[in-house]
Write a protein that binds this ligand. Structure first.
Ligand SMILES: [Mg+2]
Length: 267
């Protein structure tokens, strides 16, 4: 499968295989569910870690294939701008790994940049007291390999390199949330616990984007691999769209990337 622009021959073959559909912005069916049929007038929402790229031992160690940023930019153009990366990472982090002007939502929806050329929208959300971060630092310091990742309105304790820390990290962050349960909530991610403010989620990011051109009126498809993506998937379904779990529909990020290249040729 080519991972760059599809050739005319590829486009013609895809058009023929889709029964000569005249609609634009078509997404092909996912490889593991070919009976689903292509989706026309689509908007695409993509998680980053574990979805577009393979999970790495630490967040900084993620390997982004050279062709991926360009592929996402090309597919965004083919979808008339209706593609967004929706991640738990900070926007600056997403910009570092995907240095292309496409819509992005970071911090689980707590920072949103629908227009790549405009500043991010930052809803008013609480930030945790400084003492909480210090308590997390003290815990992590006792477990080599564990680390604390800062978010705009919270932080994450990663214990992939120190699995024994999991229960203790959960207990500590849960105790913090219990001090201010109306403002904060605890989120389980892959080998990580995240303390984050209430009021923002991947669902709110989908709702915000679907209220704006060019997403409004499209059929949203949300693709993710993790618990936090379920909210985004549910939001997509609430707009008559679909939520696809990477494992079920693609199997691996590599297969998803190949499908994205196919979609770029078909859209
Ligand atoms: Mg993920």
């Amino acid at each position: 499968m080519p991972c760059s622009r599809g050739s005319d021959a590829t486009n013609q073959a895809l058009a023929a295989s889709y029964g000569g559909m005249s609609d634009t912005h078509i997404l092909p069916p996912p490889p593991r569910v070919p009976g689903l049929g292509p989706i026309a007038a689509a908007a695409l929402f993509l998680d980053f870690d574990g979805t577009l790229v393979e999970i790495a031992p630490t967040p900084d160690a993620v390997a982004v294939p050279d062709h991926l940023p360009g592929l996402l930019q090309h597919l965004t153009e083919r979808l008339g701008g209706a593609l967004a990366v929706v991640s738990g990472r900070a926007l600056a982090d997403l910009d570092h790994f995907l240095p292309v002007p496409i819509p992005k939502a970071g911090d689980h929806g707590a920072s949103l940049r629908p227009d790549p050329l405009q500043p991010a929208l930052l809803p008013k959300l609480p930030s945790p007291p400084p003492g909480w971060r210090a308590r997390a630092d003290a815990l992590v310091a006792r477990h080599p390999g564990a680390l604390v990742e800062d978010k705009t309105h919270g932080f994450v304790v990663h214990y992939r390199q120190a699995p024994e820390l999991g229960p203790e990290a959960e207990a500590l962050l849960a105790a913090m949330v219990a001090e201010d349960p109306l403002a904060f909530t605890l989120l389980e991610a892959r080998m990580a616990w995240e303390l984050r403010p209430r009021g923002a989620s991947k669902a709110t990011a989908v709702h915000e984007l679907m209220a704006r051109a060019p997403f409004a009126g499209r059929i949203p498809v949300f693709i993710g691999d993790d618990v936090t993506d379920e909210e985004g998937m549910d939001a997509a379904r609430s707009f008559g769209g679909q939520g696809w779990r990477l494992d079920d529909m693609f199997g691996t990020p590599q297969v998803l990337r190949e499908w994205l290249a196919e979609a770029a040729a078909a859209a």
